[in-house]
Design a binder for this molecule. Structure first.
Ligand code: ADP
Ligand code: MG
Ligand code: ZN
Length: 549
């Protein structure tokens, strides 16, 4: 007996040690991601240096953008005059002057700049400055003395090299503008499960913080966009729907009235995109997440074209994962792209800019956020929580359903886990976790991203339905010592739920408090002390999300 208890004790200590190792591995994987990112940036910078010093007859010093940012070139006076009198603009944006100066000096340049960055001006302005430049865009080989300008929003360094070869401008300047939009504030909010609460939340924003300001609400479906429009109109907000299934003249009308500030908000599907360059869009709200981070970047990027502060708020709802995945099921990497978007939404700790930068690694250097995202504004710390037992319980439920030939939708799985819904789908030994539903949703999403669960689709004549099944990584749990962790807010600081819709908005805390539901709490220390305990005490569980997919 003594031998057994000694063995049990040793087993326990080995198990604990394994747990610790697992956490260390997770941390190292994160560190690895960070270092890979840094390495890419440095490699690119070094490569850029070599390429710059190869460019034309130029020596290294005159190939850096800084050298071309001057206003004492022979053409500088004319350039400024055309900018102000023809284009009616006061100053240049990042890299515009540099690009124009290179072109004016008769050299070739390739400019990589995100959509909305202002590429058009770079070729339009030189064309108005001197007759020689009217031939711009014609192949170098035929017009060797004409300066060529390449403009793109999406070239990775590899594509760029190819393009230069094809255009015979291998020795040219390359300016790459960061995809970072420093004036945009990025925020993820928990999507309220109740439609009325959700609309109320949006109305409070539009009538409060964004009073009299222009914005866009992006919706998942045409039906959503119509329903949200009607709900907002009923509450007195000047809103107009915009989607692909509308008459062209109706679309034009909504666009025109919005541009003229007769409509405050366009409630749109992704069909609202091309040709939108309203400069003073102060907010872009995502009623549902986008189907990929690229899409999200484009859509949210329609805010703040005038370089003034604007907000990009995404409402993250668990159910949307499955609505979107059913929609992209036939797309090649549709699910992968969607899961990257979900992972972004689930992340509670990393700077949103860093996350987006990692996504566009070759083109975007990580830049300082200046607390212009929700995660940078949080003054909380996170820790990894062991969620293995939850995973085992969920797998028990799914196994039993499988044996019963029952397919579980995400909704049914959560219901069973919470001890609700059909009795036959519940499992005797599974105790409902004492956590709010949103936390359970985040835990399930985490297991989905980590492939302990997977989606399984069923196609009917009318719809594609997504069910949840046991995923490929689930058999790792055959090993008793296997540990799954998830990033959560450290519980020691407070027993209050973190107000997911909080932002560090410039208008200050008072306004924020107005916008909050009375049941939720501010997490910042000072407000916390003042808060009265009027709501349910719960702690927020959230996802690491930063583990690679
Ligand atoms: P891109 O072609 O890179 O997507 P555009 O050339 O269409 O971007 O420019 C996007 C918007 O930015 C336009 O509304 C344009 O008028 C505006 N813009 C461009 N340059 C400037 C500038 N220097 N100052 C203010 N607004 C600018
Ligand atoms: Mg353009
Ligand atoms: Zn940030």
């Amino acid at each position: 007996m003594a031998a057994i208890s000694a063995l049990t004790e040793e087993l326990e200590s080995v198990t604990n040690e394994l747990h610790a190792v697992d956490i260390q591995i997770q941390e190292l994987l994160e560190k690895q991601q960070e270092l890979i990112q840094k390495k890419n940036i440095l490699t690119n910078q070094i490569k850029q240096h070599f390429e710059d010093s190869d460019a034309g007859e130029s020596s290294e010093w005159d190939s850096s953008p800084a050298t071309w940012k001057k206003e004492d070139f022979p053409w500088s006076g004319k350039v400024k005059e055309v900018l102000q009198n023809v284009f009616k603009l006061q100053r240049f944006r990042l890299l515009q002057l540099e690009t124009i100066n290179v072109t004016m000096s008769g050299k070739d340049v390739f400019l990589v700049m995100p959509t909305g960055g202002g590429k058009s001006l770079c070729y339009q302005l030189p064309a108005l400055c001197s007759d020689d430049y009217k031939a711009l865009g014609i192949l170098k080989r035929q017009f060797p003395n004409t300066a060529l300008m390449g403009l793109t929003a999406t070239a990775t360094s590899h594509v760029l090299k190819d393009a230069q070869k094809i255009l015979c401008v291998e020795k040219c300047f390359t300016f790459t503008a960061s995809f970072n939009r420093p004036n945009l504030y990025y925020e993820i909010r928990q999507k309220p499960s109740n439609t009325e609460d959700f609309i109320e939340d949006i109305v409070k924003l539009i009538n409060g913080r964004y009073k009299g300001q222009s914005g866009i609400i992006y919706c998942f479906s045409q039906k959503d966009s119509e329903q949200v429009t009607v709900s907002l109109q009923k509450l007195g907000i000047q809103a107009g729907a915009y989607h692909a299934n509308m008459e062209p003249e109706d679309k034009t009308k909504v666009h025109r009235r919005w541009s003229a500030n007769e409509i405050q908000v366009v409630v749109a599907t992704v069909a609202f995109g091309m040709g939108i360059d309203k400069p003073d869009v102060r907010f872009v709200i995502h009623h549902s997440m986008s189907k990929s981070i690229e899409n999200y970047y484009q859509e949210s990027g329609r805010a703040g074209r005038d370089d003034m502060r604007a907000d990009c708020i995404l409402y993250y709802g668990f159910g949307d994962i499955f609505r979107i995945s059913s929609m992209v099921v036939m797309e090649n990497v549709g699910q992968q792209k969607l899961y990257e978007m979900v992972s972004y939404c689930q992340n509670i700790s990393k700077c949103r800019r860093v996350l987006i930068a990692q996504h566009f690694d070759e083109v975007w250097n990580s830049e300082a956020c200046n607390r212009m995202c929700d995660n940078c504004c949080k003054d909380i710390s996170c820790e990894r929580k062991n969620v293995t037992a939850y995973c085992r319980d969920l797998i028990k439920i799914l196994k039993q359903a499988e044996d019963l030939n029952e397919k579980l939708t995400p909704l049914k799985l959560i219901d069973s886990w919470m001890g609700k819904g059909a009795a036959k789908l519940r499992v005797a030994g599974v105790a409902p976790p004492k956590l709010p539903r949103e936390d359970l949703e985040k835990i399930i999403a985490h297991f989905l991203l980590q492939q302990y669960l997977k989606e399984d689709y069923s196609f009917t004549a009318y719809a594609t339905i997504s069910y949840l099944k046991i995923g490929p990584k689930a058999n790792l749990l055959n090993n008793e010592a296997h540990v799954i962790t998830m990033q959560v807010v450290k519980p020691t600081q407070s027993c209050f739920k973190i107000e997911s819709s909080e932002t560090c908005h410039s208008e200050g805390a008072d306004k924020r408090r107005e916008e909050k539901n009375s049941g939720n709490f501010q997490k910042s220390a000072n407000t916390l002390q003042r808060s009265k305990n009027t709501g349910t005490k719960k702690r927020k569980i959230d996802d690491a999300g930063d583990e690679s997919l």
